[in-house]
Write a protein that binds this ligand. Structure first.
Ligand code: B12
Length: 426
């Protein structure tokens, strides 16, 4: 079948969204191509959202299926694209997948332009759906994670845990590589995050359902990136790279056999590193780590992250001593924040800057599926946006029972100004 995969764009284009090809769709493309389908792709974050151009492509190329990937911030644009496609080619089957349809499947299924949604990982589901639509595949009711509307809206049970070593490498090259800022530098290696932080939607999306890859398979991908694409730096896009220290040590051992040393970065929790591990990581090419710290108030941290500030400082000092560049990310407000606790965040950020950490500060965004979103009322949160596109963490997204939007904005801007942080909107 002829299949087009589309990455729905953010409304205000930014560096972040143009970094590298969307890995999820690249994995789905590999699976579909291996099953014999003709697959092409459009990343509207790099090509821009131009409805008449999309209509033209659809009219010219007559795809059987279009799969659209959307996060919360991009779902409105994704649905508009689906409508454009249906308006010029109503027979085209539209499948929506990715973070937002995974969290709110029935909302997305309720849209006229949507035929199917997929909850969770899409590689197997898309292959099975394409076969089913061609008439030689499973019944729709037997495709795990699939949602459909006939005879009535229904979502099948989620797919059982899939081992990522069973997947083919992502077909990054199906996207227009030359338009990305770091086209080959992002890869996923470890499993999904088992923590359930109340502000984070990653755990709600994956529910701990992705296993770590074998270190051998990661090294094979690194080797291919070195040999075929001349890559000498990668960022492991996993939520918590050092969740399993034994796995990291094993990877570092295997990486010694690469053609030349690979430089790399990752993200993790500050309480999941120690000086021995950081020493080994630095020796193995690690140049940068991002620690999600979130708040500088111990009282807030005890409820939202269960991490001690001393532990964060120690993890920064230990990494800096190894020559690893550190970025610590923070957000505000939390439901119980006051002007005093946000000021404590500013103070702690200053301490970390003195310890030579780089700093990132965003507004807390209560994405659907998070504890903050599910329990907004009882937590005293007022969620301000009226459209999904405003869930962008770049402006005040929620007021709290203690703080108005104006107070939150002023407190965050004061920290940003005092610390000389660059604006988050690019
Ligand atoms: C790495 C990462 C990035 C990288 C992307 C790297 C890349 N090129 O792929 C960068 C830094 C570029 C990035 C950017 C953004 N990100 Co980001 N990102 C992540 C992170 C940490 C991992 C994503 C990942 O690689 N997963 C592995 C791949 C294989 O999985 P996947 O992408 O989810 O795709 C699978 C399924 O979702 C599904 N699927 C996906 N699309 C489709 C489509 C169809 C048709 C089907 C059937 C299935 C399907 O199948 C895929 C394969 O199994 C997640 C957190 C997380 N753990 O999910 C946040 C996360 C997804 N990002 C988030 C956000 C907000 C953004 C931005 C909007 C931020 C911004 N304002 O710029 C941008 C948008 C970029 C865009 N739309 O393209 C949020 C989304 C929250 C939400 N509810 O929407 C998350 C969950 C982080 C969080 N904790 O809140 N991100």
């Amino acid at each position: 079948m002829k299949i087009l995969l589309i990455n729905a764009p953010v409304t205000v284009s930014n560096h972040h969204a143009r970094l590298s090809p969307p890995l999820g769709l690249a994995y789905i493309a590999s699976a579909l191509m291996a099953a014999g389908h003709r697959v092409s792709a459009l990343d509207l974050n790099v090509s821009g959202l131009n409805h008449s151009r999309i209509a033209g492509i659809i009219e010219r190329e007559h795809h059987d299926i279009v799969g659209v990937s959307a996060m919360t911030e991009t779902i409105t644009n994704g649905l508009a694209v689906a409508q454009t496609i249906k308006s010029v080619a109503p027979e085209t089957i539209i499948v929506m997948g990715g973070v937002h349809p995974t969290i709110l499947p029935f909302e997305v299924l309720g849209e006229d332009a949507v035929d199917y949604i997929v909850v969770g990982d899409g590689e197997r589901a898309m292959v099975e759906l394409a076969s089913a639509l061609r008439g030689d595949g499973p019944e729709l009711a037997d495709i795990a994670g699939l949602g459909y509307t006939m005879p009535e809206a229904h979502v099948n049970e989620r797919r059982p845990l899939l081992h990522p070593d069973d997947l083919l490498p992502p077909a990054r090259g199906i996207f227009p590589i030359e338009f990305y800022e770091e086209p080959y530098n992002v890869l996923t290696a470890t499993g999904s995050c088992p923590y359930r932080c109340p502000f984070c939607s990653a755990s709600a999306v994956w529910e701990g359902r992705r296993n770590a890859r074998s270190t051998r398979s990661v090294v094979e991908e690194l080797q291919s990136l070195q040999r075929n694409d001349g890559v000498d730096y990668v960022f492991f896009s996993d939520d918590i790279f050092t969740l399993d220290k034994t796995w990291v040590y094993e990877l570092l051992e295997e990486m010694k056999y690469l053609d030349f040393p690979m430089k790399w970065g990752c993200a993790t929790r500050a309480d999941l590193v120690d000086s021995n591990l950081l020493h080994a990581m630095a020796a193995g090419g690690c140049q940068g780590i991002q620690y999600g710290v979130e708040s500088g108030s111990q009282q807030i941290l005890d409820t939202v992250k269960h991490i001690k500030k001393e532990r964060v400082l120690a993890a920064v000092d230990a990494a800096v001593a190894e020559g690893i560049e550190i970025a610590c990310s923070f957000m505000a407000p939390f439901p119980d924040d006051t002007l005093e606790t946000i000021a404590e965040t500013g103070k702690f950020m200053r301490e970390l800057a003195d310890a030579r950490a780089n700093l990132i500060l965003n507004y807390t965004c209560p994405f659907p599926g998070t504890f903050f979103w599910d329990h907004a009322e009882e937590l005293g949160l007022t969620i301000l946006p009226t459209t999904w596109a405003e869930y962008d963490a770049k402006h005040v997204v929620m007021e709290t029972r203690n703080l108005s939007a104006a107070q939150i904005q002023s407190a965050v801007e004061t920290i940003a100004r005092d610390l000389g942080l660059r604006k988050t909107i690019e």
